[in-house]
Design a binder for this molecule. Structure first.
Ligand code: XUL
Ligand code: CO
Length: 440
């Protein structure tokens, strides 16, 4: 805030300097106002900083405590510390030139011991967030509730065998929706956290999954009551912390949404490292959700091929971001969703400046991927090859099958007359892969 000392003194506004720049605190590819496919980059990407990793991450891991040096963390009173942190967060957003942020209720405001006290804290922090949003024009991409850290959520929240855990979680989501609405949030995310099981012998799966649907219906209903028209998202993750989570992957989530009549209200928020935990590429998850009309928003990060867990690293691989942006452009973009960096600096990268390097790298990787994907689409060579591969379906027989006017019996007649199908053509995978490399 004006008059206060800067948390990131010595770091100015990060600017676009072009691919040849040697300045590591500048963008080489992300040029917010540059037009790609008729739209400024900032509107394609709608970058968001995740409050939990960037402002609450300590660097602790199962083998040791936090390592992060955060000179602004001087207040011992948790509420005062939370309020001071909001000022730092907005200084960071301003300097980085990111338009959005995302939070869980308990990242931005401390637990107050009782629900009433926690709600009060959340309101005080929301006042400060609102004030900064008004001053800067920054926006909340989505809000969510932390329904997994407190021991009351040991067996899950909406899927807990303990009915009062469910009730408490419902109360927490009610409040998180009110605050998200008040802050004009563009969306609200459900990520299960512990909505799954460790052991099937002690689990009534049907009851748990039914309860999860009841819970989401309550949220959708309450949003309607208070006039919140932001988009709801369901974020898949197959495991970690549980052995199995009910929001396993896009296909599982979409089946759940349809089975329980939630498909009109909820889209997918797809995270790269969760896709890989499910044994999929991010591109698979995006294509599946996109083709079904459920592509909503993404959590941008990456795993490590040699480490099997959710490492939430900042994405720097341009091949990956090209795949992602190609699918996003193909399905008409993300808005009102965006690209949220659900990513954390490594435990060893403990200085404040590392937060800038991490986000600059991620933003540049996505901007670069966006430019490459747009060039591929403008050129049309890839699409032409894909169309050629399916050309037989554009003939009379293919058209009749696709329009539903053929049957097993009529197709039997067709093949009895022909005797054998026309031989298949080569898939030319290597040609496709080589073609992609010509754009990189
Ligand atoms: C955890 C994760 C969450 C959600 C929001 O793996 O991705 O931070 O994005 O609850
Ligand atoms: Co996430």
């Amino acid at each position: 805030m004006a008059g206060k000392s800067e948390a990131f003194a010595g770091i100015g506004k990060i600017r676009y300097e072009g691919p040849a720049s040697k300045n590591m605190l500048a963008f080489r590819h992300y040029e917010a106002d540059a037009i790609v496919e008729g739209k400024p980059m900032r509107d394609h990407l709608r970058f968001a900083v995740s409050y939990w990793h960037t402002f609450r991450g300590t660097g602790s891991d199962p083998f040791g405590p936090g390592t992060m040096i955060r000179p602004w963390e001087t207040e011992s009173d948790p509420l005062k510390a939370a309020l001071a942190r909001v000022d730092v967060a907005f200084e960071f957003l301003e300097k980085l030139g990111v338009d959005f942020y995302c939070f869980h209720d308990r990242d931005v405001a401390p637990d107050g011991g009782t629900l009433a006290e926690s709600n009060k804290h959340f309101d005080s922090v929301a006042d400060r967030l609102e004030q900064h949003q008004k001053q800067t024009g920054k926006r909340l991409l989505w809000g969510t509730a932390n329904l997994f850290s407190n021991p009351r959520y040991v067996h899950g929240a909406a899927t807990s065998p303990n009915v009062e855990t469910f009730a408490y979680a419902a109360a927490q989501v009610k409040k998180a929706l009110e605050v998200t609405h008040r802050l004009d949030g563009a969306g609200y995310v459900f990520w299960g956290g512990r909505e799954g099981y460790q052991c099937l012998w002690n689990t009534d799966m049907k009851r748990e999954v039914d309860h999860l649907a009841t819970f989401m219906h309550m949220a959708v209903e309450y949003a309607r009551e208070i006039g919140f028209t932001g988009q709801f998202y369901f974020e898949p993750k197959p495991r970690e912390p549980m052995k199995h989570q009910y929001d396993f992957d896009s296909a599982t989530c979409i089946n759940f949404l349809r089975a329980y009549g939630l498909e009109k209200h909820v889209k997918m928020n797809i995270e790269t490292n969760h896709a890989t935990l499910a044994g999929h590429e991010m591109q698979h998850e995006l294509e599946y959700a996109g083709m079904q009309g459920f592509l909503g928003s993404i959590d941008a990060n990456t795993g490590d091929t040699l480490v099997g867990w959710d490492t939430d690293q900042f994405p720097t691989n341009v091949y990956l971001t090209t795949q992602i942006m190609h699918s996003i452009l193909k399905y008409g973009g993300l808005a009102p969703g965006g690209v949220n960096f659900d990513a954390k600096v490594r435990r060893e990268s403990f200085e404040p400046v590392d937060l800038f390097h991490a986000h600059i790298g991620g933003m540049d990787a996505f901007a670069h991927g966006l430019k490459i994907a747009a060039a591929m689409r403008a050129d049309g060579a890839l699409q032409k090859l894909v169309d050629e591969r399916y050309a037989s379906w554009s003939g009379p027989l293919g058209k009749r099958i696709e329009s539903g006017s053929e049957s097993l019996a009529s197709l039997e007649q067709e093949m009895l007359a022909k005797g054998e199908a026309t031989p298949c053509k080569s898939g030319r995978q290597e040609l496709f892969e080589n073609l992609i490399n010509t754009y990189l």
